[in-house]
Design a protein around this ligand. Structure first.
Ligand SMILES: [Cu+2]
Length: 123
């Protein structure tokens, strides 16, 4: 009886250890495959732009995180290299109506942006 109880405890302990090991391995894989990049956002104007870009990009598959700096007009992006690349990120930002590095903003989306989010000459 005592042996069975000991065996059960040992087995469940082993299960817990192996489970937590898998989690750690998964996490390591995510960190290993992720890259970071700075993206210039020369046409962004205000906090509304910041929210629009952060919200829009956080929904894009492969984007781990995005931190937009309004004053510096750029964004720090962390992404899964196996799921998306920098060109894909630039394209996703352009689709939201903003220039990303050398990738021009989608003109239709740009036209629909709030006045304060457009370049001063387009207001
Ligand atoms: Cu704006």
């Amino acid at each position: 009886m005592k042996l069975i109880k000991l065996l059960t405890i040992g087995l469940s302990l082993l299960l817990v250890i192996s489970c937590s090991k898998t989690d750690a391995e998964d996490q390591a894989a995510v960190i290993k495959g992720s890259k970071s990049a700075m993206v210039d956002l020369p046409t962004m104007q205000c906090g509304m732009c910041e929210r629009a870009i952060e919200t829009g990009l956080s929904k894009v598959n492969g984007v781990v995180s995005i931190d937009v700096d309004v004053d510096e007009k750029n964004a720090a992006v962390i992404y899964e290299a196996g799921l998306i690349n920098l060109a894909g990120i630039e394209k996703a930002i352009a689709k939201l109506g903003y220039q990303a590095n050398e990738t021009s903003a989608d003109s239709e989306t740009y036209a629909d942006l709030a006045k304060c989010c457009k370049l001063p000459e387009d207001r």
